[in-house]
Design a protein around this ligand. Structure first.
Ligand code: HSE
Length: 383
């Protein structure tokens, strides 16, 4: 197998190091704007040198972001090359086009590394499909925000300081707003839901709230409630054929599975009618864990795993976030227009616990409250 590697950043340098140890996979060319000592003979800034090289059968796309990743991927697939990628942003917005094109061209598009980093989650979802009816996915799918929430809770350290640590360790996105505002988790729940329910989910249909506004006073309040905050991405297949899909800070019980997920780790559970609940855990971000997942994709191609493992969803899901309901913690200086129990003053406002309301209603309410209190914070409360 001869590789054109796009990008030599955190994950790209990781997979390059891993592949040096293999005799059956050779990195023939690296697309990079920068030059790295000792690798100049492989590096090019001209993608056509990869695209037009008939010896290169597989492209590893690790430049991330929307463009030029999207254009380069389409060009590689049209040129009959396999593509292995960790790019959740691009895939979640172009999933139908990319999967359909790969199928038409009879090549692989492997995106195992795009959700859950090293965890073999998507691969198993693909295998479950058809053998059971999958009805729910939920979990912690962003390592950066989990590190921030965990360290704020357990060590009492500040948000910005821990974010810098996540950046230094290579967990955070190039623009960490994607992590903090829940966009990265939004992309991941779209991809996982499409595999599980065989219906594409558009990122803009996923009600999404991140952790930007969390305050150390909120964390003190959560401890009093015997709860821990985690950024949870969830989707469910509803009985009427609609899908609920959302990302939001969530207060879980302090003895729950999610509360025991520390640092940059992820956990994802999937519910099937026959098998019940399967929970996957492991490192969801970082150089070597993610490079490991990329390498698994390459190995599967070499081992002859069929491209048909990769499901092609049928159409787009009808999203209904009115169907998912729970109570919420809300901290705001604004007047709450719904029934809620006041917990008292909490730093930047009053803390409340609402009656159960739908995800749709809460995300709409938050938009309304932010017009007078841009720093308001809310979190779902689940049993
Ligand atoms: N920024 C992502 C995270 C990287 O922190 O989980 C892995 O997808």
């Amino acid at each position: 197998m001869k590789i054109g590697l796009l990008g030599l950043g955190t994950i790209g340098s990781g997979i390059y190091e891993h592949l040096l140890k293999r005799e059956d996979i050779e990195v023939k060319r690296i697309l990079e704007l920068l030059r790295h000592p000792g690798l100049e003979h492989l590096e090019t800034s001209d993608y056509s040198e990869i695209l037009n090289d008939p010896e290169i059968d597989t492209v590893i796309e690790l430049i991330g972001g929307m463009e030029p990743a999207h254009t380069f991927t389409v060009q590689a697939l049209k040129a009959g090359k396999n593509v292995v990628s960790a790019n959740k942003l691009m895939l979640s917005h172009h999933m139908e086009e990319i999967l359909t094109l790969a199928r038409e061209m009879g090549v692989h598009y492997r995106y195992d590394a795009s959700v859950g980093g090293s965890i073999p989650f998507l691969y198993n979802l693909m295998r479950y499909r058809g053998a059971d009816r999958l009805t729910g996915i939920s979990g912690i799918v962003n390592g950066t925000t989990n590190l921030i929430l965990d360290v704020m809770q357990t060590q009492g350290r500040g948000f910005d300081e821990v974010l810098k640590e996540a950046q230094a360790q290579g967990y955070a996105e190039a623009n960490p707003a994607a992590d903090i505002d829940g966009i990265d988790a939004q992309c991941k729940i779209c991809i996982a839901s499409a595999v599980a329910y065989q219906q594409y989910v558009r990122p803009e249909d996923v009600d999404t709230e991140g952790i930007r506004n969390i305050d150390s006073e909120d964390i003190i309040q959560f401890k009093r409630m015997n709860r821990v905050c985690r950024l949870i991405a969830a989707s469910t297949w509803n009985d009427d054929g609609s899908v609920s899909a959302y990302v939001e800070p969530t207060l879980v019980a302090s003895d729950s599975t999610e509360a025991a997920v520390h640092l940059n780790n992820n956990t994802i559970s999937v519910v099937g009618e026959y098998f019940g609940v399967h929970t996957f855990q492991g490192q969801g971000a970082g150089k070597h864990p993610t490079a490991f997942a990329v390498e698994l994709g390459l190995r599967d191609i070499l081992d002859g795993v069929s491209p048909r493992l990769n499901p092609i969803p049928e159409g787009y899901a009808r999203i209904d976030n009115g169907a998912a309901r729970h109570a919420y913690y809300v901290r705001t200086t604004a007047q709450l227009p719904i029934s809620a129990e006041a917990l008292g003053n909490c730093g930047k406002g009053t803390a409340y616990v609402t009656e159960p309301i739908s995800v749709r209603e809460m995300h709409d309410l938050a938009k309304q409250l932010k017009q007078t209190d841009a720093g308001m914070f809310f979190a779902g409360i689940i049993e």
